[in-house]
Design a protein around this ligand. Structure first.
Ligand code: ZN
Length: 288
């Protein structure tokens, strides 16, 4: 049985056809341009395969409330030409198979849960520190969400007293994304990736903000793994700094099992840059 999968991103769409055990048989990457042009190429790719179901991890925000008539629609995104476009409906109508959709970061969390760790941990969190910041929460083996998917990128953090730069979030002066996303780093510090890698003070501040965000999540959900992905996380020194800052924030508070081994708790993605694509395959498998 063949499963289709799409990781729909703002710069590219990764499409794959896989077996239900997660073996990718064919894949392609399509540049994200206009809605019509991009979707035509996506549909052309899938038209050659008799897929039984399709999973999508899509950039958000998306309406994921199945009782809402906008279910599957990309909502008010900064990528204006995609706003109010119902990607789920288009794919369902064209491919005539069951389609399951979630956010790209939810898909990453689910991919790590399902294929990365092969369901060994029922509770894990994936946080992406990329252009923006987002998080997907797998809780008791299911993706957690209320009337809307989580938006952990806008949780309020305690600002470093020496950080005088303005937040880049238009809504919040001290939120996770406004202080620590890739866009925030670019606009606030105006350094190249290489220049930033030499600024230990700024990397430590960045690590502290990330540690605050994931510490709040850790206290709320007690996950077995907190996976840090996204472009900013490729800064080599960052992960060790995040672990150090996390340990400082915990300050020997109630010694949870995981806090003893922060190296095993806070980790990089097992599936590297393909967590979301594998998550989309897993969604397709669950939908069959
Ligand atoms: Zn914000």
């Amino acid at each position: 049985m063949l499963i289709g999968a799409i990781e729909a991103g703002g710069t590219k769409f990764k499409c794959a056809v896989a077996t239900s055990s997660g073996v990718i048989l064919q894949d392609t990457t399509i540049k994200t341009t206009t809605v019509e042009e991009t979707m035509e190429k996506v549909l052309k790719f899938f038209s050659s395969f008799p897929i039984k179901t399709l999973g999508i991890g899509c950039f958000g925000p998306i309406c994921l409330d199945q009782t809402d008539e906008r279910y599957g629609m990309i909502l008010d995104t900064p990528k204006k030409i995609w706003a109010n476009y119902n990607i789920l409906k288009t794919l369902k109508d064209a491919l005539k198979c069951p389609v399951k959709i979630t956010t790209d970061v939810n898909a990453s969390a689910f991919g790590e849960y399902y294929y990365g760790y092969k369901k060994k941990y029922q509770n894990l969190i994936y946080v992406t520190i990329g252009t923006g910041i987002g998080g997907g929460i797998v809780y008791n083996g299911n993706l957690l969400q209320g009337h809307h998917h989580p938006e952990i990128g806008h949780m309020i953090l305690k600002r470093d007293k020496d950080d005088k730069y303005e937040s880049t979030c238009p809504f919040h002066s001290d939120c996770f994304e406004g202080l620590a996303s890739g866009i925030s780093l670019d606009k606030r510090y105006n350094l190249s990736y290489e220049e930033l890698s030499l600024r230990e003070d700024l990397l430590r501040r960045e690590a502290n903000y990330i540690a605050q965000g994931i510490y709040n999540l850790y206290l709320t959900f007690a996950p077995d793994k907190i996976i840090i992905g996204g472009g900013v996380s490729h800064q080599e020194k960052l992960l060790p700094f995040i672990r150090e800052e996390f340990r400082k924030l915990n300050n020997n508070y109630y010694t949870y099992k995981a806090v003893k081994s922060i190296e095993e708790l806070i980790v990089s993605p097992v599936l590297k840059d393909n967590s979301a694509l594998y998550g989309a395959i897993a969604l397709g498998v669950m939908e069959k």
